[in-house]
Ligand binder design. Structure first.
Ligand code: AMP
Length: 276
C-alpha cells in the first residue's frame, strides 16, 4: 500500500491513475480502524479499481481541545489492517497541509441543522464539511463512502456535494454492529469494565425497546429514558424518532429511525436504529 503524507505528492501520484480511467473510491476516517471502517473500504473495493483511505483527526470538528487531544491514535495497527484488506493508498496528512492558513471552518450547509448532534455540538458539522470539502478538492474521487452510524453527517455531506458542485457520488453504508446491536465506534475502546457492561446493557435495552415500538406496544420514549437512568446513563443528549429522509420528528414509523446520543462516563455514544 502506498502511503502519502503530502497533498501535493498525492495529487501528482493520482494523475496516472486518473489518466488510465480507473475509478477512485475514497473512505475518510479519523483512524483507530475497526470493522465498521473496513466495511466501507470493502464496499469501495467492490465498485472501484483504486481505493484510498485517509486518516486525519480533524481539529475543527471537535468541541473541546481535551477531546481532540485524547482521540485514539493507533497508526501502525491501522496501516496493517489496511494492508491486510488490500487498500491501495493511505493518505496521512499533517494538520499544516490541510489547513495551511490556520484552523478555519466555514458554514456551507444549512439543511438538517439545529437538530440532533448539531444542537449539542455547535460548529461540529461546519468542521466536518470544511475538512471533507478540502479532501474532496484534493482527491476528486468518483465515489466516497460514509457510514449510516453518523446519519446526520451523511445527509449534510450529500448537501455539501450539491452546494459545492463536486462530481462525487456519496454512498451511504449500513452500520456494522456488535452482538448487542450497537454500532462499533473508535471511542468505545476507552470503556472501563463497568462501562463495557453498561454499554452491553444499553444494547439490550434498546433492542427490546425497538421491538416494542415496532409492534406498537409502546408509542413514546419516556420509559426508555427511565430505564437508561436506572442503569446509570444519566447524560442523554437526545432520544428521538425521526423520518430518515427529512430528519423531521415523526410518529409514522414506516421510514423512521430512533436516534440516540448519550454518555457512558465521558464517552459520547451516537447511534440510530431502523423502526421498520
Ligand atoms: P470516523 O473515523 O469515526 O470519523 O468514521 C469514519 C467513517 O466510518 C464515517 O463515514 C463513519 O460513519 C464510518 N463508521 C464509523 N463507525 C461505523 C460503523 N460501526 N459501521 C459503519 N461505518 C462506520
Amino acid at each position: 500500500m502506498k502511503i502519502f503524507r503530502k497533498a501535493s505528492e498525492l495529487v501528482q501520484n493520482l494523475l496516472s491513475i486518473k489518466d488510465t480511467g480507473q475509478s477512485i473510491g475514497l473512505v475518510l476516517t479519523m483512524g483507530k480502524l475497526h470493522d465498521g471502517h473496513l466495511s466501507l473500504i470493502r464496499e469501495a473495493q467492490s465498485h472501484n479499481e483504486f481505493v484510498i483511505c485517509s486518516i486525519f483527526i480533524n481539529p475543527t470538528q471537535f468541541n473541546s481541545e481535551d477531546d481532540f487531544n485524547s482521540y485514539p491514535k493507533t497508526i501502525d495497527d491501522d496501516i496493517s489492517k489496511l494492508e491486510n484488506i488490500g487498500c491501495n493508498l493511505l493518505f496521512l496528512p499533517e494538520i499544516q497541509d490541510i489547513y495551511p492558513n490556520g484552523l478555519v471552518k466555514n458554514k456551507t450547509v444549512n439543511n438538517f441543522r439545529n437538530i440532533l448532534c448539531d444542537k449539542y455540538r455547535p460548529g461540529h458539522f461546519d468542521g466536518v464539511t470544511t475538512v471533507v470539502d478540502i479532501f474532496f478538492n484534493i482527491i476528486k474521487p468518483m465515489h466516497s463512502y460514509f457510514g449510516e452510524k453518523d446519519f446526520q453527517q451523511v445527509k449534510i455531506i450529500k448537501d455539501l456535494v450539491k452546494i459545492n458542485h463536486h462530481k462525487i457520488k456519496i454512498i451511504q453504508c449500513p452500520s456494522i454492529r456488535d452482538k448487542t446491536g450497537m454500532s462499533l465506534s473508535s471511542r468505545n475502546y476507552k470503556f472501563s469494565n463497568n462501562q463495557s457492561k453498561t454499554f452491553y446493557k444499553l444494547g439490550n435495552i434498546i433492542k427490546e425497546y425497538i421491538n416494542l415500538l415496532k409492534q406498537s406496544e409502546i408509542n413514546n420514549l419516556d420509559k426508555l429514558k427511565i430505564e437508561l437512568q436506572q442503569n446509570n446513563i444519566n447524560k442523554i443528549d437526545y432520544l428521538e424518532i425521526r423520518n430518515e429522509n427529512n430528519l423531521e420528528i415523526t410518529k409514522d414509523y414506516s421510514e423512521a429511525r430512533l436516534f440516540i446520543a448519550l454518555y457512558i462516563g465521558d464517552i459520547r455514544i451516537i447511534d440510530n436504529f431502523k423502526l421498520y
